[in-house]
Each structure stands twice: as C-alpha cells, then as structure tokens.
Ligand binder design. Sequence first.
Ligand code: TXA
Ligand code: MG
Length: 322
Amino acid sequence: MKQITEARIETATPEAIARSAEILRTGGLVAIPTETVYGLAADAANDSAVARIFEAKGRPRFNPLIVHVRDRAHAETLATFPAAASSLAEAFWPGPLTLVLPRREGAQLSLLASAGLDTIALRVPAHPVARELLQLSQLAIAAPSANRSGEVSATTAAHVADGLSTRIEFILDAGATLLGLESTIVGFDERGALLLRPGALAREIIELVVGRLGEPRTAAGTSPGRLRSHYAPRTPLRLEAVDAGSDEALLAFGPPPHAQARLIRNLSIASDLREAAGNLFAMLRELDTAECARIAVMPVPKHGLGEAINDRLRRAAAPRDG
Ligand code: TXA
Ligand code: MG
C-alpha cells in the first residue's frame, strides 16, 4: 500500500524559505503565504508540477492560474503591458492586484498554467515571505488559492493542512494572512481595463488610476478573443477515436494505434495522466497548426486528472458560436 505522508508545516524562517525554494525548483508543491490568502505553489515553467496543482486541488477542470513574479521587470519577460496595465502595475504592485495580460511568444511558462489561453494572469505579491521565496528561487510561481476545489480559500497554515496536507510536500507558516480575501483581477480589451474578479483591492481605488472599469463581455457577446474563458483550437476535434485517417492529426494516449495520421502527438505513451495534463495544451496547439481536416483524439480515462482533461477536450470539440 502506498504510504501517505503528511506535509511538513514549518514557520517561515530563512531556512524554511530556502527549503521551499529547493522543493519548488525540483518540481514539488509548497503552500505559501501571501497577503491575500495562502497559495498552492509550483514552478510555473514545469508542466508536470503545474499538473500536480490541479491534481492536489481535485479541480474537475483546468482553470487558468495566477502566476506570481518578483517584480515588474520579471513580468515584462512573460507578458506585454497595455498602457492601462502599466499604470496599474506602477500604482499597485507589489500588492493584491492581478493583471490578465497578453502572454509573450516563447514565455517560459507551462501552457497548462494559463489553460492554453493567449493571456496570463500575473501578480507581484507584497507578503515578505512570498517575495523572499520569489527572489531566492528566481522562479515564476503558479499558485491558486491553497484549498481543495469547492472549499473556501485558506487564510492560515492549519486551514491549508486540513485540505491538502497529504497532497503536498511542505507548508510555509507565516500566521494568518493580512487581507483574507483574494486579489482583485483586472483584464484589458480595446475599451480599456475590465474588472474580472472583485477582490482585496477596491474597485474605487483602481478607478482613481484608470477611470471607470468595464464589465467583461459574456460568452454570448461579441468576444475579442483575448478574454476567452477557455482554449479552443480552429481544427475540429473528433473524440474517442480508435484510429485516424490520412487527412487527420492524431492526439494519442497510451500505446498508439497503427494510424495513417498526417501527424501524431502522444499525451503520454505510459498512460500517465499527470504527464498528459502537462502536454495537453501544447500538443493541441501544435496539431492545430498542421492544417488537417480534424484532430482525432484517443480516449483518455475519466478518473483523477482525466476528468479535467476530458472536460477541456469536450469544450474544445464543441461547436463555436462565431
Ligand atoms: O489572491 C489571490 O489571487 C490568490 C493568491 C494565492 O495569489 N490566488 C487565487 O488564485 O485566488 P485562484 O486560482 O483561486 O484564482 C485565479 C483566478 C481564476 O478565477 C481564474 O479564472 C482567473 O484567476 N484567471 C487566471 N488566469 C486568467 C486568464 N488568463 N484569463 C482570465 N482569468 C484568469
Ligand atoms: Mg480559488
């Protein structure tokens, strides 16, 4: 029987922060304090570490995650800043404000961290422990709130341990978080700044800097594409495929069939769901550029991370509304 070990909870001393940086650098998961709520942290450039976040949270779908960076200069290497975003970063970073920005081509980030989207949510946290960890590790750190899916965000190390202690390596304890509410999320379109999620930084304060915040368009409205809530390839998908024709690309899982496909990518030859989750968006994008008639997708098991993988595949296969 697999032994269940519990995460070590340690006070955030310099030694414990150094240990956390080491765990993150080697693909592990660490719960970290921020000024808003505790975050469930992983190296944002490591596909399988990011996949482990979703596994630990038990999320039935891949929501895009917030990526934490040490400063504005680090953020600039990952995303581009519209004028309004520059003003907001100038005014409120470090702090409880997340900006959803166009992702730079070639940014060193797992596509799974942004669930395959062309945008990335970035934040420079103000908490001294989070800042020290970002500085020491030199990583971009993906971190959703450190709670199991469907439960409230954790504001103490004990809350984190309640939900996640058998699923992560380490918990950095810095007492109760100061704000206790998630960061405010702002996105941008051609009209300017939009309030995507109310949070710890009040709308009125943000509006002092960029004027009136717009409302995001709903899926039914005309979408500019940049704030799409999920990734959708242009090529139609054919799910539960057991083979593939010569005009199709094949997204395989497990031992591949002898298929005629123009192009084949394998989510995981070893049928490992964590590896498959880490490869999903990058491989879909690659097959989408091959100009095939369809992307045939082999069945992926429905358990564990397979639930989220199947959810995304179904959405990607759904007919577009324009
Ligand atoms: O205070 C916080 O924001 C905490 C701490 C740990 O930083 N984090 C947090 O993360 O609340 P999470 O994963 O629970 O919430 C992230 C939210 C999700 O609702 C997601 O939809 C949105 O950010 N988001 C992330 N990337 C996005 C993107 N590219 N476009 C639109 N929304 C995005
Ligand atoms: Mg959350």
